[in-house]
Design a binder for this molecule. Structure first.
Ligand code: SF4
Length: 539
């Protein structure tokens, strides 16, 4: 009786009483969707919608973005700085001055007693680019510990390293618009429909306009695998064998772009010798994909006028993740698929500003893809910031995964966690708990007062959420998106930029250097950094 019913309830669309829509960028994932948050008469965030003419999402949002306005009032937001002498004491509320004075004093005490690198700083992929830059300046130019890393090491380090090994720089060359030009998509270890729904929607839009083969490599029968034209259910951990075998077939059948190889690559002969070992018959026995399928995929990919590869954690989170990224890049180099529309190697990032930290945080080096290992880079940034170049270490310090074991041995005595929670992201939680208990001083800077690490902290600094401050995020395709402030920070929480700047003032070296107060001024400093020959005092 579905169509014969004469009495039906009318469809009602809830009126949430929105009187003002505020533009910002979604703060969940790296897709970079433009979002508008609806405020009611009382200034409360009550709705969210996609921005219709946004280049990335064109009016769409995924389920996370649709409910993102609810974050502003979620339970247990931090409202006041908290302090205690010992981690077994109860916290007491305090003001910002006392919390920051104490934090700076403890950092100095521990560094004087045990050495500069006895303090570790672990940050995130969640804060704004201007904040990353300022934290890097504070850490590298003022505090001076070399044990500074971000949780992005847990996900994107393989992509960073692979891009650097293949191209000499960590700048992903692809963009979403490549879907509209490619003739073949090869996806590794990525479940796009569920993990990056808006990027998947961009792919679907491109496929509706023009059909091209989609090949998914994944041991799991994911949603993406189910919609693919070809699914390669590879044996876990054998992606390098498959990639080498694809290259083997391409070279054996003469499908490579020899002119491109001659013009744009080095080391081709060594590469050809290596992949010669991976004939499809041998590879099939290792990676579990039959040899005919390997040959077929290699031919489809190499014969496409433009072919692209995307990947996420299936490649990155591996003992040989960096090698996997290099092998994907090499596949694209031998087929001439770097530097043309629809031909690319695109790592899909995770956190909303994972790319921003890779570009500007100084976590593994110095800002703007500069390296601590290069004297010229050290000198350039030292001059720009007004510090002695000898103050910089000459190679990067511990990775995040090595910082926690170093807390067990006493090499690290103090830790500052910025918008990251190792008690959910690191393996072996009981071990992480013990390492935190070993510390003389732990500071947790987070938007949430009930994050698990506060149980072991001595100071808690309440931070503002993404939509309570201004700045930019860099998304997966390296598009710089504007984040507008939707509302004032919750309680007495503060933007991370403010916290970094206030801490800088508590160090002698920090008082000598320039720490701009507004995100716009920091952005200008970054922009001039891009033209580093401009003298610093011309700012
Ligand atoms: S796809 Fe990512 S950026 Fe877009 S709405 Fe969803 S969580 Fe936000």
């Amino acid at each position: 009786m579905l169509f014969g019913r004469s009495k039906k309830n009318p469809i009602k669309i809830a009126d949430k009483g929105v009187v003002d829509w505020k533009y910002t960028t979604c703060g969940y994932c790296s897709t970079g969707c433009s979002i508008e948050v609806g405020l009611n008469n009382a200034g409360k965030a009550v709705a969210a919608r996609g921005v219709a003419d946004a280049d990335v999402n064109r009016g769409k949002l995924c389920i996370k973005g649709i409910f993102e306005h609810e974050l502003f009032t979620s339970a247990n937001r931090g409202t006041k700085p908290l302090m205690r002498e010992k981690a077994i004491d109860a916290y007491r509320e305090t003001g910002w001055d006392e919390a920051l004075d104490h934090t700076a004093a403890e950092f100095k005490r521990i560094q004087q007693k045990y050495g500069r690198d006895s303090l570790a700083i672990v940050s995130t992929g969640q804060i704004l680019t201007e904040e990353f830059y300022t934290l890097g300046k504070l850490t590298r130019g003022v505090i001076g510990t070399n044990n500074y890393d971000g949780n992005t090491t847990l996900c994107m380090a393989s992509a960073v390293s692979g891009y650097k090994r293949s191209f000499g720089s960590d700048g992903p060359p692809g963009c979403y618009d490549d879907f509209s030009h490619t003739e073949c998509l090869l996806a590794f270890g990525s479940n796009l429909p569920e993990q990056h729904p808006i990027i998947y929607w961009r792919l679907k839009m491109a496929l509706e306009e023009r059909k091209f083969p989609v090949i998914v490599v994944d041991p799991r029968v994911t949603m993406f695998a189910q919609m693919a034209d070809i699914h390669l259910p590879i044996t876990p951990g054998t992606d390098l064998v498959l990639l080498s075998s694809l290259a083997h077939v391409i070279l054996k059948e003469g499908l490579q772009d020899q002119a491109y190889i001659a013009a744009h690559t080095t080391g081709f002969d060594e590469f050809a010798k290596l992949v010669a070992l991976y004939d499809p018959t041998t590879a099939a026995g290792i990676c579990g994909i039959d040899e005919d399928t390997i040959r077929h995929v290699a031919r489809v990919y190499a014969r496409a006028n433009a072919a692209m590869s995307i990947w996420t954690m299936g490649i990155n989170q591996s003992t040989h993740g960096s090698d996997g990224v290099v092998a994907i890049n090499s596949l694209n180099l031998i087929t001439g698929n770097i530097g043309k529309p629809g031909g690319t190697s695109l790592s899909i990032t995770g956190q909303c500003n994972a790319m921003g930290t890779r570009e500007w945080s100084s976590c593994s080096g110095l800002p703007g893809y500069r390296a601590l290992e290069k004297e010229k880079d050290r000198e350039t940034i030292a001059k720009y910031w007004g510090v002695d170049p000898e103050f910089f270490p000459k190679q990067r310090g511990l990775f995040m995964t090595d910082i926690f074991p170093a807390m067990e041995t006493g090499q690290i005595r103090a830790l500052w966690l910025v918008a990251t929670n190792p008690m959910t992201s690191m393996p072996n939680i009981p071990r992480i708990k013990k390492t935190l208990q070993n510390l003389e001083f732990l500071v947790v800077q987070d938007a949430y007062a009930d994050v698990e690490t506060t149980k072991y902290a001595h100071v808690f600094l309440p931070a503002a959420l993404w939509g309570e401050k201004e700045g930019v995020f860099t998304n997966t395709e390296r598009r710089v998106n504007l984040v507008r402030k939707v509302m004032e920070p919750h309680g007495d929480s503060k933007p991370d930029l403010w916290i970094f700047n206030e801490l800088a003032k508590r160090f002698e070296q920090g008082r000598k250097m320039r720490f701009p107060e507004t995100p716009a001024e920091v952005f200008d400093e970054i922009a001039i950094d891009l033209r580093i020959d401009v003298p610093y005092d011309s700012l």
